[in-house]
Ligand binder design. Structure first.
Ligand code: CIR
Length: 253
């Protein structure tokens, strides 16, 4: 169960954030409104929200998830693979220090973005991607082991981050699309399949029993509900334009 989440208000410069989406520039006012609704959805799942102010120096800084891994035993400040995002960690480190006595960090030449990290109990799957390299993964596995946890790597072929294509919904249940369906690594899970036309909806978040899903993907929403989860749909279209999704917008702990 989670009790808190850290979020960061999108900055005006978000319109210049990194993207491969080809969906046009985000509408800033709409993004702010959607971000407020996202916060409300987390609050309705019982979370206290820690809101960090916008930082115009970092267009992608609203995607706080990538900058830290918050486990029950320690926090790990990452070293983003995207150079333009490296400086985001300073603000996150300051915010996390108020809650974590044990803070570790990924060091050069290692890179990790926590969108590539998926927690299943005390095990962490680490996506090897354009943003997370094997040096960073090895450092992270050593840190996890120091605190009695484990990690293993999964090589990505198509998506930006591991959690772009897969989401753990607890209860041994995995929401998966594309390259992750039928992957041996995930064979032990009960897989809820996301169709290719709804691939963006593979990035959902389980929050204290409820699954927050992106608005506009009815088939995936029904499959999650049929599996027994209540859902809340939140429109994050302006963040989708920057390759970002629901998980990227908060650090839940
Ligand atoms: C980026 O490319 O870094 C941002 N525009 C999107 C980051 C999305 N984060 C995530 O999937 N965890």
């Amino acid at each position: 169960m989670f009790s808190k989440a850290i979020v960061k208000i999108p900055c005006k410069n978000m319109v210049h954030g990194i993207t491969t989406a080809n969906l046009g520039q985000p509408d800033y006012d709409k993004a702010l409104y959607q971000h407020q609704n996202y916060i409300r959805a987390l609050q309705s799942c019982g979370l206290e929200i820690i809101v960090l102010e916008a930082d115009e120096n970092y267009p992608d800084s609203t995607f706080v998830e990538d900058t830290a891994l918050l486990t029950p035993r320690c926090a790990v400040i990452t070293r983003p693979g995207a150079e333009s995002r490296r400086g985001e960690i300073t603000a996150i480190q300051g915010a996390v220090a108020a809650y974590y006595p044990h803070i570790e960090s990924i060091k050069a030449p290692g890179t990790v973005e926590a969108g590539d990290l998926m927690q299943v109990g005390s095990h962490f799957y680490i996506g090897l991607s354009e943003r997370t390299n094997s040096t960073g993964a090895a450092q992270l596995i050593a840190i996890l082991q120091k605190y009695g946890m484990t990690g293993s790597t999964v090589t990505l072929e198509e998506v930006l981050h591991l959690k772009t294509g897969v989401a753990y919904l607890e209860n041994n249940t995995l929401l998966a699309c594309g390259e992750f369906i039928g992957k041996d690594t995930f064979a032990k899970f009960n897989i809820l399949q996301v169709d290719a036309e709804e691939s963006y909806a593979a990035n959902c978040i389980w929050v204290n029993g409820t699954v927050i899903v992106p608005f506009g993907f009815p088939e995936t929403k029904s499959r999650i509900e049929d599996a027994g989860y209540p859902t809340i749909a939140v429109d994050v279209s302006e963040f989708q334009k920057l390759d970002g999704g629901l998980s990227c917008l908060s650090l839940r702990f």
